[in-house]
Design a binder for this molecule. Sequence first.
Ligand SMILES: *Cc1c(COP(=O)(O)O)cnc(C)c1O
Length: 463
Amino acid sequence: MAASHPSAPAPTVTEARTALLKHAARDAMDYLEGVDARPVAPTPKDVAALSALRTPLPPGPTSAEAVLHLLHQYGSPATVAKNNGRFFGFVNGGCLPAALAASWMVSAWDQNAAFYVQSPTAITLEEIALEWVRDLLGLPVGTGGAVVTGATMANLTALAAARHALLARAGWDAEADGLFGAPPITVVVGEEAHASVLKALGLLGLGRKRVVRVPVDGQGRMRADAMPHLDAMTILCLQAGNVNTGAFDPAPALTLAARAAGAWIHVDGAFGLWATVSPDYKRLTQGFDQADSWATDAHKWPNIGYDCGIALVRDPAHLRAAMSIEASYLALGEHREPSDYNPELSRRARGVELWAGLRSLGRSGMAQIVERTSSHARQFAAGLRAAGYKVLNDVVINQVLVSFGSPEKTLRTIARLQADGTCWCGSTVWQGQTAMRISVSSWATTKEDVDLSLAAMLRAAEG
Ligand SMILES: *Cc1c(COP(=O)(O)O)cnc(C)c1O
């Protein structure tokens, strides 16, 4: 490499990398500092500019500095601004500063979190974080878990354990012999079960359509009076936090009946389960601790950053039986090996970010996110109602569904709001009614963000 000046030696590999990473950190910080002033959704012009990156793979190398420059020049403007506290789409959190910093460290460490020998740090922190999550969610001591990519995978992982347990009970080895010829399992879900539960059931060979669907009430809660017959070959899937309304299935009654019947109870609590942490909202999650397995997300309400889902199973032996892997070169020690509890073998050390985020929040910090975002949701609902618009759900946690009139007017309002850029909300159809969905899930949302966003919503609806 030619030095720019005869007396300046070429930088070493380490020096060049240090310079690059300082540059990347500066770009990342510039991005975050500017995120408040820019529209939440990228402009069509910035999205169109991404096409500059659609080149054939260059035949030879490009300097890492030039690659980083392309990312920041074209990539940053076309992102959706998730970290400015005014993104209310889907059920997406933001990323806590401690989790973001930890993810930088995790990338620098480049650890493979499959086995203890590959990373005592990653495996130890993941174990600690899983135990904190179990404790925060009020689940039984001894519950086992896996840190996966999201609640879809957490549902899959937990339901694989359920499948194992029920078939083992009937004298069938699901992992060895598959499902052809196996004793049948009945799966019971609510009419408003999240699509990811059905997807997981499909992947597991239990069938997306083979489920028994239980009618729900106007909030999407399973009706206890409409429960089908349950027995020891039944998996009952409950929901803690409907993705539209935020409503919780009536767990005390349902878990009592299901436990008496010997059924396996699984809870999809992607975000709602975290309400347990707040003394003000804990009553909503009563009874869910009676389940056999739970799926939740740390990238939603806890704001850990993507990707971070968690599967929890009361009896970890079932999870292990469903997930363990054996090979001659996997000579393992006495430690808990994530590869025995996770669908993946090689994996990112996302447990480190989980550990860091939770360590920074503490119990009260997590409770405050639940309380603050739910209070913001009530402020949205009150403001929209006061302006004459119809809020379709009981705002029990952080979710608000609002209709601005006809489906056309509601969709037009959402399109205007998204183009305005002050905030971002998406659409949904709730039990036949077209609505805008507001999910306040970010740690960063302030009362001022709500005021600004509410004003933008009213402008969009009147315009
Ligand atoms: C978000 C969500 C899921 C899916 O979670 P991913 O992390 O996106 O895979 C499942 N169930 C419920 C109730 C959800 O809110």
